[in-house]
Design a protein around this ligand. Structure first.
Ligand code: ZN
Length: 232
């Protein structure tokens, strides 16, 4: 099943985000001042990206995300729980001040939830509970039904999640269901997630680097080990 998560479209300001104190409304109607992700330049233009097209293993990337990497991740893939409600007219510039501030707490909460579920899944512990977490999380998801061409001259109907975080949980569900695989690159200084399970390295460059370093190690070990010929 293709869930349509890869179709999710998110708005990102050209100049990226930064952390600022901002006023946000809580669900009970009260407002509070807290650290938020906001566009760096308010007169910036927004561009649309398809985050899961860029990184199909985004659920794994987010689960691994450290506090100091949140801005970097938002600059690449956009905000988790906020978007522009209506699609602007084609050809018209969309300004960054249309994007509401997203509290950093939202990121912390989502990262914690995703990390806990992923760790439980990887440890093969309590899969029933993982399935329940995914179900609870996806029960709140809102979708648009959209028609796309399938390349063979036919029209395919697909569900596109409105929010990035819903698409991310869907992607986790797809990994848990065995539809996609997310490996971690084993090359030195990489660790990137990529959607394959039949390879150890994410790219040719990483494979070459790993081989080169393994080769250097072998030569060093050969040179440092006592030679049976030495001393004769
Ligand atoms: Zn790599």
């Amino acid at each position: 099943m293709n869930s349509g998560g890869d179709l999710v479209e998110i708005w990102i300001p050209d100049g990226g985000f930064e952390i600022q104190r901002g006023k946000v409304k809580a669900t009970d109607g009260s407002s509070a001042v807290t650290d938020c992700l906001v566009p760096k330049w308010s007169n910036d233009e927004l561009m649309v990206v398809r985050p899961l097209h860029r990184q199909p293993c985004l659920h794994r990337v987010l689960a691994d995300c450290r506090h100091d990497q949140i801005v970097k991740l938002a600059n690449l893939y956009g905000l988790l729980t906020l978007t522009i409600p209506r699609k602007p007219e084609p050809g018209k510039a969309v300004h960054a001040d249309l994007l509401p501030p997203e509290p950093l707490d939202v990121w912390h909460r989502e990262i914690r939830a995703l990390r806990a579920a992923a760790e439980m899944w990887d440890a093969s512990k309590n899969r029933e509970l993982v399935a329940r977490r995914i179900t609870e999380r996806l029960a709140r998801t809102s979708f648009h039904l959209i028609a796309t061409t399938d390349g063979g001259g036919k029209i395919a109907l697909r569900y596109r999640p409105t929010l990035l975080i819903d698409a991310i949980w869907q992607q986790f569900a797809r990994e848990a269901a065995g539809i996609i695989h997310c490996a971690r690159c084993r090359a030195p200084n990489c660790g990137r997630r990529f959607p394959r399970n039949d390879r150890q390295y994410c790219s040719r460059a990483c494979r070459m680097r790993a081989w080169r370093q393994a080769g250097e190690r072998t030569i060093e070990e050969t040179l440092s080990s006592p030679s049976p010929l030495r001393g004769r």
